[in-house]
Design a protein around this ligand. Structure first.
Ligand code: BF8
Ligand code: SF4
Length: 635
């Protein structure tokens, strides 16, 4: 069946069959409609930065070798990449900024958010050097929000405070020497938009350094800031049981899907869905079934146990079940095509953010101050829409997989403390040192229509855990692995190498689970890649080495978004060997490509990009890297 080439997810494959029968167009159809894709674009050598263009460079060494202004291939590639990374960083920074606003309003009692995690508030305040003694949590929350704002109001040349408070000291020194320490996130994003316009920077190397700087903006003013503040407001996740895949939707329930990235609204929707369940029952539903897609889904999974409906590439397929009464979207990764699919059914798409509207969708704009009223309105709208559902057109695939999620660093440390209360990281480090755990790999990022959905995530992970590599995961990668049943103790039994299995079994037993820990630990949404950064820092500090010396790697096997380029750049800047399973649009610039994937990046940063589209080969490349790091550490 052709849909097997499209996805390895059986629920998605069966929905694709239904869509085809009903002439519902999906991203896969449009992907085929785009073939062949533009070779200049794929190589990154098309420039539209001024209206003399577009200019294209001949990739075969013939003319034209320069744009009208004289820009060559490497310059065009470097500028395009930097703009992409700036776009990615802007999303995360904007997301984090809203979280600060919510914390500030919570502190002043002007919005219905609270400090749910006092311990995290104290930890964040202390890392920022804020005096905590004798202060109420509202005072402290106000000061932490103030410290976050101060980065955005930094008009000096001092580096961002959130970065210097969070990043390993060795890294801060390295980045300082390279001149890439960001000052103010807004200023850096503005500056690179300036830098990349026609007739400003024509030095590809200088542009790459700015790309690294923007990666740091992403890592600290985006990812870290968002996670830190969201944990303070909504709580730091701990282990939670849930389910993933379209089978979580229920025929006899009001089905509401939350999709996007920002938990400030979706957390409230969870609250209101619980409160308004009797209203749904009055209309004949058995209850309200919430489910998530993309990172808003991960946020409410990690903290509330809300199941995952599906991941990025199959978002339209969730609507094609005909069973979704409302899909509530905020920002990022929301396909514009959703409304077209919703129009085939009774489904309401509800947009909620001023910067993310969809023609034809219902807009219920939310503000932090009035979030409760809007969340209530949204859930009531979904309930009212339930009665309009045409049950004869409902088809919900049965597939769903159980999973364990919620592995914040705090939760991992707590589980390890069951083995060694005084020194929780010791059992982990000892088992890495003695080779029971060969290393650790973070699989992150998206789906991409260029890759059979979920196949690269799942294949890569199975190859690695078989070789005793522990996996941590976030984003749509985590959702792919959840659907494939890899976030379960049974997956340890079935797929993990013998020594990894023994370690996970011992930790699981000590933590009172009566089963091994899963071989893949779900650490959250894409902004929660910050948690992986924190884990690496903790391990490096414990071992008294730099992050770049650890036997670890990162992988984005099926990434699509500019955000993934930004996160990947941050990972490389941290010193992490970072695999990309989709070729980034840089190959048309040989100098740029060789800097990013070669010795220069490694010499300057300790990390580099590794591009390999075949997941089994990618796993082998990652294993070679991990083994070489072990050898250098003498373990
Ligand atoms: O921020 S993994 S498809 S949902 S971009 Fe988007 Fe990619 Fe999914 Fe989360 Ni991350
Ligand atoms: Fe062409 Fe230069 Fe304008 Fe780009 S900036 S479109 S290369 S003239």
């Amino acid at each position: 069946m052709k849909f097997r080439d499209y996805t390895i997810d059986p629920a998605a494959a069966s929905m694709l069959g239904r869509c085809s029968d009903q002439s519902i167009e999906t991203a896969w159809d449009r992907f085929h409609g785009q073939q062949p894709q533009c070779g200049f674009g794929l190589l990154g050598i098309c420039c539209r930065n001024c209206v003399q263009g577009p200019c294209r460079i001949n990739p075969f060494g013939e003319e034209p070798s320069k744009g009208i202004c004289g820009a060559g291939a490497d310059l065009i590639v470097a500028r395009n990449l930097l703009r992409g990374v700036a776009g990615g960083a802007a999303t995360h920074v904007d997301h984090a900024y809203e979280a600060i606003e919510a914390l500030e309003l919570a502190a002043s009692g002007n919005a219905p958010y609270q400090v749910r995690d006092e311990a995290k508030l104290l930890a964040v305040a202390k890392k920022l050097g804020i005096e905590v003694e004798g202060k109420t949590s509202a005072e402290l929350a106000g000061e932490v929000a103030g410290a976050a704002y101060s980065d955005f109001a930094n008009h000096s040349t001092k580096p961002m405070r959130w970065l210097t408070a969070t990043a390993p000291a060795e890294r801060v020194a390295t980045w300082g020497k390279l001149g890439v320490l960001p000052r103010n996130p807004d200023r850096e994003i503005r500056e690179v938009l300036h830098q990349t316009t026609m007739g400003v920077d024509s030095d590809p190397v200088n542009l790459i350094l700015s790309t690294v700087k923007l990666g740091l903006v992403d890592g600290y003013a985006g990812l870290h800031l968002a996670t830190d503040i969201q944990d303070i407001i909504f709580g730091t996740p701990g282990p939670v049981f849930s389910e993933a895949n379209l089978g979580v939707l229920k025929e006899d329930h009001v089905n509401v899907i939350v999709h996007g990235h920002v938990p400030l609204l979706s957390e409230k929707i969870v609250e209101w869905a619980r409160k308004l369940t009797p209203e749904a029952e009055k209309l004949g539903a058995k209850g309200i079934q919430l489910a998530g897609i993309c990172c808003t889904g991960n946020e409410v999974l990690m903290r509330q146990g809300v199941p995952i409906a599906t991941n990025f590439l199959s978002q339209e397929l969730a609507l094609a079940t005909g069973a979704v009464d409302a899909m509530v979207v905020d920002v990022q990764c929301i396909m514009p095509a959703l409304q077209t699919v919703a129009d085939c059914f009774h489904t309401k798409i509800i947009t909620t953010m001023p910067i993310a509207k969809i023609p034809g969708a219902q807009h219920i704009g939310f503000t932090l101050e009035e979030v409760d009223a809007r969340a209530e309105e949204i859930v009531r709208t979904a309930i009212a829409n339930f009665v309009k559902r045409d049950m004869s057109r409902v088809y919900i695939p049965r597939e769903k997989s159980a999973m364990v999620a919620g592995f914040s660093v705090e939760a991992v440390v707590k589980a390890l403390a069951c083995l060694d209360a005084d020194n929780p990281l010791k059992p982990l480090v000892d088992n890495i040192a003695n080779g029971n755990i060969l290393g650790a790999v973070a699989t992150v990022g998206c789906n991409n229509a260029k890759v059979t959905q979920d196949s690269a995530h799942v294949t890569l992970v199975k190859e690695l855990i078989k070789e005793n590599v522990l996996i941590v995961t976030t984003g749509c990668s985590a959702q792919a692995l959840a659907k494939a049943g890899l976030l379960l103790p049974e997956a340890t039994e079935k797929y993990a190498g013998e020594t990894l299995k023994a370690v996970l079994t011992a930790v699981g037993k000590a933590a009172g689970l009566n089963a091994p820990l899963p071989p893949v630990l779900h650490m959250g949404s894409c902004v929660d890649n910050s948690r992986i950064g924190d884990l690496l820092k903790a391990l490096a500090d414990y071992l008294k080495v730099a992050v770049k010396d650890l036997p670890v790697a990162a992988s984005a096997p099926e990434y699509q978004h500019e955000k993934a380029l930004a996160i990947g750049t941050w990972a490389v800047a941290l010193g992490v060997f970072t695999h990309l399973g989709v070729v980034p649009p840089v190959l048309g610039g040989p100098q740029v490509a060789s800097i990013l994937t070669g010795q220069v990046a490694e010499d300057l940063l300790g990390g580099k990009f590794y591009v390999e589209t075949e997941p089994v080969k990618a796993a082998q490349g990652i294993l070679v890297h991990i083994r070489s790091k072990r050898q250098k550490l003498g373990i």
